[in-house]
Design a protein around this ligand. Structure first.
Ligand SMILES: [Zn+2]
Length: 499
């Protein structure tokens, strides 16, 4: 996510009194002029009636949002001689003004501050509410501004310039990766647990098919806890997306755990992918670095599922609009869950009352191309008495995460200099290069290929997943056991959809 620098200049002359704003502005930016004028008046400052022209440059792109108010106000006050504009040379200003002069928080402050820092600015004047969020970026002097009078007093030197930051970065870093849930709370279900671990280790998308009460949602919620720990750099990148969505607060200015987003199946395409008149990131962007969980997978609209396909490949999403388009990160891992049939009991024919037609129609709602983006398909069985009895000696998230991190380390080294980072992201070329087989393994795959009538895609998917299970075992070569496990995930898909 990138920003652009905008210079705001004011010119005061003796023409017909009035306020004109120019520079390819959206209506809410233009209205900022009125907000500023009213706020100045309500502060009891009387400005002699003059012709004021405000220019926002460069003029080659459209300026949107209410964040320009503070800069416009500063430009006007400076043009009237309230202070010297050159004092603001190394500074940026952003914030929305209320009619009473209060400075209100705006979305996207983290990305804006980062952009200012990269552009060589040293100081930021911004809403008090946004100071903590901006201070996460580091390396900038931040001035939290309460209202317009406060701004004037600071800029005219009546109040001492004092930078503030209430964030203790050490404390924030120490409080990262603390989850309220843990894998040890899951009872039994060894196959499901294993599939989750493999999915997390290789960043493979995961589909869980099973009846209600099999612990599908419980497992999905705990996926972030076994993914590699968040470091501060990744945490800031994720937080920027939440900043744009105005979801950070002064108390919680940093996303400290991997996101888990679980939109309901009635979610609109726009809420899922992002958009709107002032485009906001959607669920798939908010799930960046974490899990996008789609429960009742076939119940999502065809349109919603189709829009996921491209982001799943490209790890970002472009939101098109009338004026321009915006690209947001959408680097999420997909976990989908569904019942095997409308009633949920198939293939247990003693309980399932669905007709074959009903089951087929239900399963066909998930398209082949969508299934092709999911490497691991696993069946969840109803929880048994044995499962419940076995709870208490289940592995914790911390233990599983240690193995996942080790497997990721192997992958980072393998893919150094490549455009992918995990086995789940490998393309055909990577698979040829990194998933070579021994003679015995090759023979096994040949047999399986014939026996299961595999497609080329499924063959590749088996190799990708086998690469991950070998990495989890810290084995350099893919073994027969790895291939067998990977084939079992393809068979689960086969059972419901065929290939
Ligand atoms: Zn049924």
């Amino acid at each position: 996510m990138e920003g652009k620098n905008v210079t705001v200049e004011a010119d005061v002359s003796d023409g017909l009194p009035g306020l004109i704003l120019v520079g390819y502005l959206a209506s809410e930016v233009r209205e900022g002029g009125d907000r500023v004028r009213t706020a100045i008046k309500n502060l009891g400052l009387s400005l002699p009636p003059k012709k004021i022209t405000i220019n926002l440059s460069p003029a080659d792109f459209r300026k949107e949002g209410t964040g320009f108010d503070l800069a416009i106000a500063a430009a006007i006050l400076s043009a009237y001689g309230g202070f010297r504009a050159k004092d603001l040379k190394d500074a940026v200003l952003f914030g929305e003004l209320g009619l009473d002069g209060t400075v209100r928080g705006i979305p996207g402050v983290m990305a804006l501050t980062d952009q200012a820092r990269e552009s060589g600015f040293k100081r930021v004047f911004l809403p008090v509410e946004n100071v903590n969020e901006a201070s996460v970026i580091g390396g900038m002097e931040l001035y939290g501004i309460r209202d317009l009078r406060h701004l004037l007093e600071v800029l005219s030197g009546k109040l001492p310039m004092q930078a503030e930051s209430t964030i203790n970065m050490d404390e924030l870093q120490n409080s990262m990766n603390r989850y309220e849930v843990d894998f040890s709370e899951l009872s039994g279900q060894p196959l499901l647990r294993r599939a989750a671990e493999v999915a997390a280790a290789g960043k493979h998308n995961l589909l869980i098919v099973g009846p209600a009460g099999a612990g599908k949602t419980m497992l999905a919620k705990r996926m972030p806890t076994i993914m590699p720990g968040l470091d501060i750099a990744e945490s800031i990148e994720i937080s920027k997306i939440y900043s744009v969505s105005h979801l950070l607060t002064a108390k919680e200015p940093l996303i400290r755990i991997r996101p888990f987003r679980a939109p309901h199946h009635t979610v609109s395409v726009q809420a899922l992918t992002g958009g709107g008149r002032r485009p906001k990131p959607g669920e798939i962007s908010l799930a960046t670095g974490g899990i996008l969980f789609l429960d009742e997978f076939p119940e999502f609209s065809r349109a919603a599922l189709e829009t996921l396909r491209q982001p799943l490949e490209e790890r970002e999403v472009t939101v098109s609009r009338v004026e321009a388009s915006v690209t947001y990160p959408a680097n999420f891992q997909l976990v989908a869950a569904m019942n095997p049939c409308p009633c949920g009991h198939f293939p247990d024919r003693s309980r399932c009352r669905c007709t074959d037609g009903q089951i087929t129609r239900y399963l066909q709602k998930v398209s082949g191309p969508m299934l092709d983006r999911i490497d691991i398909c696993v069946e969840a069985a109803p929880i048994t008495y044995g499962d419940i009895k076995s709870s208490g000696n289940n592995e914790s998230s911390r233990e599983i995460r240690a193995r996942v991190e080790q497997a990721r380390k192997i992958q980072r080294e393998r893919f150094a200099g490549e455009n992918v980072r995990c086995n789940g992201e490998m393309s055909g070329r990577h698979i040829r290069k990194f998933c070579g087989l021994g003679r015995e393994e090759e023979k096994f795959m040949e047999e399986i290929f014939e026996k299961l009538a595999l497609s080329a895609r499924m063959h590749d998917r088996i190799l990708k997943v086998a690469r991950t299970t070998a990495d989890l075992a810290e084995e350099e070569k893919i073994r027969l056991a790895d291939l067998c496990e990977a084939v079992s995930y393809v068979k689960s898909r086969d059972k419901f959809w065929g290939n």
